[in-house]
Design a protein around this ligand. Sequence first.
Ligand code: FEO
Length: 173
Amino acid sequence: MLSKKIEAALNEQICLEAESSQFYLAMASWAETQGMNGIAQFLYKHSDEERMHSLKLMKYVNERGGHGLVPLLKQPTKIFKSVKNVFETVLNHEIKVSNEINKLVDICLKEKDYTTHNFLQWYVSEQIEEEALARQILDKLKLIGGEKGGLYLFDRDLEGLAAAEAGGVDEKA
Ligand code: FEO
């Protein structure tokens, strides 16, 4: 059985992951309107992954005798300055999510809830991967600079990355 404190903290994380999903969805839609379909596919897929992160938490809370709550979400930013701006935002957002996961892990240790602590290790590893991927993408963008041809190839690269990972949503969740 979850303590009320852990249940509330997990519900906050359900909300943050759902917000992440909306956030990536907004970025995907913006990229699609800019004709960058590869980047859009990558971000749509990422949005699905974030929804699974939220759902996985919700199911865990319910399994442990709590109530996973569907959060009220605000409309995310619609317009982005550039592709670089999108991925800088992604990295900053993932760093924020990692910090929140670490705080959750800390609460579990203080409350001696080792089951939830164990459950959260999946999120800890996931965040390492997500931050590394965002940094890798930003490094590529720095190499390209403002060059249009480079951005075209980058868009195709991300399309390939999204296709290669297709089907990974279920495995990861
Ligand atoms: Fe589920 Fe990217 O945090």
